[in-house]
Ligand binder design. Structure first.
Ligand code: HH2
Length: 289
């Protein structure tokens, strides 16, 4: 079962982040200890709280993709995510997404009730995710990432980051289409912070419209609490980057983002409403007062 209205409703879709890892850069360790113990009940409570705050989708992850994160086995990633997805499917009324690059993890997640696959590698890690999405009639989010998360921040280079990201996302979309995923179920993501410098991230956020126009598909943007916002806003600790996140996400929506992936859903809901109204006023050619 899939709800194709997500990402295409004409209003910003809010994707709430639920990381079941010991080491995610912002919310790691909330539900999984460094010994690998999972507090499933607390994870489900937190997921349902995100839905009450306004999340349209819950994105569940079992592997941190921050540079330098510890490697996780496929079995461990499934152990962290599949039972939690099953419990969330019963407890919370929202479509569930699995944030993974791995076929086996995605397969287990779909069996557990997920209807959206979120692949930050844009099918570069394992193109079979596209076949899986086609078969399960799942929505597929393809992100932009060159190389591997562990090494992606080692001197990333682009001549023109916006056109290169758009072209490489088009390659990912072509793989998805060839596997039988229809356009109605594809979402693209420029991969903010994934193998990008501060300047690359700023160019992508301010020229998002070009990527949207080039690909003709909904765009998901994830800036939430990322380190470039810490550098710009002067907040060392990810949890202190709330205001910086709202500033970046407001610009993303103003430039055409269809969906935001966020830790703080309640704040993002306000930001999305205000930025969408400003965008609509701009498009209508009337400023208002
Ligand atoms: N960012 C992160 C993880 N998954 N998926 C998409 N589609 N877009 C993103 O920008 C994105 C993503 C990284 O953030 P987070 O999940 O908070 O941290 P970690 O990778 O350390 O678990």
């Amino acid at each position: 079962m899939n709800d194709e209205r997500q990402f295409r409703e004409g209003r910003v879709t809010l994707v709430g982040i639920l990381n079941l890892t010991p080491d995610s850069f912002s919310d790691g360790g909330r539900f999984v200890s460094s010994e690998g113990l999972l507090d499933g009940a607390a994870a489900v409570d937190a997921g349902c709280a995100l839905v009450r705050d306004g999340a349209d989708v819950l994105d569940v992850g079992g592997e941190s993709t921050r540079p330098g994160a510890a490697a996780v086995s496929v079995g461990e990633e499934i152990r962290r995510t599949a039972p939690a997805l099953e419990a969330l499917a019963k407890a919370c009324d929202a479509p569930l997404s699995i944030d993974t690059r791995r076929f086996e993890v995605a397969e287990a997640a779909l069996e557990a009730g997920a209807t959206i696959l979120n692949d930050v590698s844009g099918l570069r890690h394992d193109p079979r995710l596209a076949e899986l999405a086609a078969r399960a009639e799942a929505t597929l989010i393809v992100g932009h990432l060159r190389g591997e998360p562990a090494t992606m921040q080692r001197a990333p280079r682009f001549e023109d980051v916006v056109s290169e990201v758009a072209a490489e996302l088009a390659d990912s979309v072509a793989i998805a289409r060839a596997a039988g995923v229809p356009d109605e179920r594809i979402v693209v993501d420029p991969g903010i912070g994934f193998g990008k410098t501060l300047e690359h991230n700023l160019a992508l956020l301010t020229r998002l419209g070009e990527i949207r126009e080039a690909l003709g598909l909904p765009i998901l943007v994830g800036t939430s609490r990322k380190s470039f916002l810490g550098r710009l806003g002067g907040a060392e600790v990810p949890g202190d980057r709330g205001a910086a996140t709202q500033a970046a996400d407001a610009i993303a929506v103003y430039q055409g983002a269809d969906a935001l992936r966020v830790h703080d859903v309640a704040a993002a809901a306000q930001t999305a409403r205000v930025a969408s109204a400003l965008r609509a006023a701009r498009d209508a050619g009337e400023g208002g007062s």
